[in-house]
Design a protein around this ligand. Structure first.
Ligand SMILES: C[S@@+](CC[C@H](N)C(=O)[O-])C[C@H]1O[C@@H](n2cnc3c(N)ncnc32)[C@H](O)[C@@H]1O
Length: 246
């Protein structure tokens, strides 16, 4: 098996604390969609679960649900596994798997899928395979809930601070900027700084490619697989429900 080229090998240590703010802002909108997932029809899938904020939300929102959390990055999977194992309620119902979404062994039927802050990692070809696969697995009332984050087309994104978290005497700051990298592609350049007072303790710089996708693009590529797209929650959350069409 080819070794997984992990874009989070260095930044994974910071992702969980820095993405927590997104879940604070939009967790309730996610939960509102999750409440409608028919968990009695099959397990829920958290694809690209990261450190598990979404996994936690799935399991807590639907206390009877079984959850499969996929996370290919070893450093993030360690956070995820630890979060799940630390809670008795989650331990009994949540399975953690290290495969990527396209090669994982998925249950035949799924009661719902969460793909938060993930889709930019998947190429158009991978998404086409994914939609075909999910169309066959999603229970009739289920949905795949995903986010589309700007930029929705290749364009330059000026450097901005995306997150700042204080833990103890240290402040963890994440900066992001992006540049176009071809048709439907950008490259994100991320900087993660740790400071204690005036002292810069560490600075990590990482870059990775990201596929852009607009709502129109999502509609066009899911429709041939019998899937429809419904915007969900506040527009700034960028949440969409991909649903089997009657
Ligand atoms: C920006 S993080 C989001 C994590 C989590 N979903 C959240 O919102 O807190 C993107 C995650 O997708 C994972 N990922 C990247 N490519 C993937 C793939 N092909 N299949 C499954 N997960 C993938 C990464 O390892 C990372 O954990």
């Amino acid at each position: 098996m080819a070794e997984y080229d992990d874009p989070y090998a260095r930044s994974g240590q910071f992702i969980d604390i820095m993405i927590a703010g997104w879940w604070d802002h939009f967790g309730e909108a996610v939960a509102e969609a999750v409440r409608r997932m028919p968990a009695d029809r099959g397990p829920l899938l958290d694809a690209g679960a990261g450190g598990g904020w979404g996994t936690l939300l799935l399991a807590r929102t639907l206390p009877g649900a079984r959850v499969l959390a996929l996370e290919p990055s070893p450093v993030l999977r360690a956070v995820l596994l630890s979060r799940v194992a630390a809670s008795e309620g989650l331990r009994a119902r949540v399975t953690v798997d290290g495969d990527d979404l396209l090669s994982a062994r998925l249950p035949e039927r799924l009661g719902g899928v969460l793909m938060a802050n993930l889709v930019g990692h998947l190429s158009p070809d991978e998404r086409d395979r994914l939609w075909r696969d999910l169309a066959a697995r999603l229970a009739p009332d289920a949905c795949a809930l995903l986010t589309l984050a700007p930029p929705l087309e290749p364009e330059r994104v000026e450097r901005s601070r995306m997150s700042e978290v204080r833990v103890g005497e240290r402040v963890y700051t994440g900066w992001a900027e992006a540049e176009p990298a071809g048709a439907e592609r950008i490259t994100w350049h991320m900087t993660y700084e740790v400071r204690q007072g005036e002292r810069l303790v560490s600075r990590d710089e990482v870059s990775y490619d990201w596929w852009t996708l607009s709502e129109e693009g999502l509609r066009a590529e899911t429709a041939p697989h019998g899937l429809g797209v419904l915007p969900h929650g506040p527009a700034e959350a960028g949440l969409f429900r991909v649903v089997p069409q009657g």
